[in-house]
Design a protein around this ligand. Sequence first.
Ligand SMILES: *Cc1c(COP(=O)(O)O)cnc(C)c1O
Length: 421
Amino acid sequence: MSKLETTCLHAGYETVEGTTNSQAVPLYRTAAYRFNSTEHAANLFGLKELGNIYTRLMNPTTDILEQRVAALEGGAAALGVASGTSAIFYSIINLAKSGDEIVSANNLYGGTYTMFNDILPGMGITVRFVDPMDPKNFEAAINENTKAVFCETIGNPALELVDLRAIADIAHTNGLPLIVDSTFTTPVLLRPIEHGADIVVHSLTKWMGGHGTAIGGIVVDSGKFDWTTGKHPLLSEPDPSYHDIRYATDLGDLAPLAYILRMRLVPLRNLGAAIAPDNSWMILQGIETLALRMERHSQNGLAAAEHLKKSDKVEWVKYAGFDEKASTYLPDGAGGMLVFEIKGGEEAGRKFIESLELFSHLANVGDTRSLAIHPASTTHSQLTAEQQAAGGITPGLIRLSIGIENIDDILADIDQALAKA
Ligand SMILES: *Cc1c(COP(=O)(O)O)cnc(C)c1O
């Protein structure tokens, strides 16, 4: 097993001599694949042989992306999908149906909160939200209908670092898998499976792609969770939509892939949030430099957080690297995300954002370039005041995604905008 920086560049792809000898990962722009014979076709559809059928289900470029991210996370397999949002949706509906429940952290990415609070309940799946900073809250919300526990590594947007190991232990004591959105940390800074997580999801749109050029998502399966206990009938009961297969028990050597294989054969095949091969290719380009970029994002993020902390125009600063748990979970750096409360509340916050020159004002994170946003009036504006408060979103909160520019230019832009605000 190679080290992380090497895995970023090599996992999942080897130049095969005698074929094209292509050094870069090839981009397969095709919708479908020819069968060798009618028998070959029947074997592929009958799962007797694995192979390419149609790009909604699989694509050779996406396959390299899946292998590379699975290797980086230390997982058994991964499934690439159209967006981080569809990755999260599929990670839930692959184990829960109407009448089931999920217990989730309440400090989520805005879109995920809306999915859990408004969309899943309409499909009969209840999500119980808890404050994740005390892991016991998860325990208290679990009941006999609960199918999984969900959290983000660094809660959005208040940037609180959760105690993954404690939450994973509670999930496992109750026979449940822990699903972790690790978008903000990437496998370079934190590998949730090493801390007990069973399923890891990412928005590849952010640091993994890294350049703000493509939307994508991925679900990584640790391959370690036991789906045979009867608690997850979607995986252990015969599936009439696919030859009555029981994913948890009928897969033989592929048993560790039960969850991710079902996700390919049921949600991806029938709901269709496939990632475009072009986007898989672009995200693979980004992953090649992920380790270098995360190192610089972390250096710049820490420097900006410390700089803001010293300013008399700033109420407080939150940066995951300041948390005492960072030595356990983020030993190699805490990334480029920080939030702060500017003195003067909402009005000063707006002025600050309008005065920035180097930072772009937009709704994204994880770009190479520095970004800024005011969550209360944008990404989290659909939430009520109480929901905002519960998620740690104060009126004057400003979120910065620190890029990989020279730190002197980043700090100079922050200072001139603070002076104007
Ligand atoms: C962006 C983001 C998502 C959603 O991903 P998309 O690729 O935009 O669909 C989910 N979780 C987190 C933490 C994110 O930052």
